[in-house]
Design a protein around this ligand. Sequence first.
Ligand code: MF3
Ligand code: CO
Length: 264
Amino acid sequence: MKVTIKTSEEIELMRKAGKILAEVHQCLGKEIKPGMSTLDIDRLGEEMIRSYGCIPSFKNYCGYPASICVSVNEEVVHGIPKKSRIIQEGDIVSLDAGVIYEGYHSDAARTVAVGEVSKEAELLIERTRQSFFEGMKMATAGNHLYDISSAVGDYAAQFGYGVVEDLCGHGIGSHLHEEPEIPNYRPSRFRHGIKLKPGMTLAVEPMINIGTADVLWMDDEWTVVTEDNSLSAHYENTILITEGKPEILSLTEDEKAAGYLELF
Ligand code: MF3
Ligand code: CO
């Protein structure tokens, strides 16, 4: 499949999907409390998604058994919600969710701090988020895809963080995963990636570890963890490439009010 340019009708549907997903993240993030299980979070998230008449896109995707990927502390992504995994004060919890609205997808992730977390955890969350926005500074028509990748990766690496290379962002639209694959690091200097064009829709999703970039897959075949057990954070949005600044389709109202549109 080639990288697709969405029509204005498709873009309108993706805007709606993004807005709904942003609302889900905004509400779900505020619900995370010590004592909840990761399965409680999944149930709540799925209920919210369905309340908008949307389908949770992750459910049964390649056999993934839940609607929300809930990844705690050293878990990087694709944590499987469980009744036995209880959230504690001081945890950082990555919530990754996808919705389908009238056939079109939106995909977004946030890492939330539960109560008081360590200074290093707080910085990791903030800098992972900012690495996404550094990528957004380059996400404009005429630039190349790996301009985004390089900006994301270089920003995070300057803090000594491990930038996960085994998982990537992706194109998105009528499918959750479309071309192109979007690395979060600077590839070889001979490769630039495709030229960005207005109407491309992408899911950019840095996964950043305090320690090593190396990750492992657990026996459940989904949960990705850091090899050295260091903390990991994830920040993802579905974006639309334009002639100017990218449109971030899954930004929450709280984030807009907090001035995130000025971060890129
Ligand atoms: N944002 C994640 C990704 O793009 C979503 C995982 S989907 C799952 O890979 F269904 F496989 F969990
Ligand atoms: Co994604």
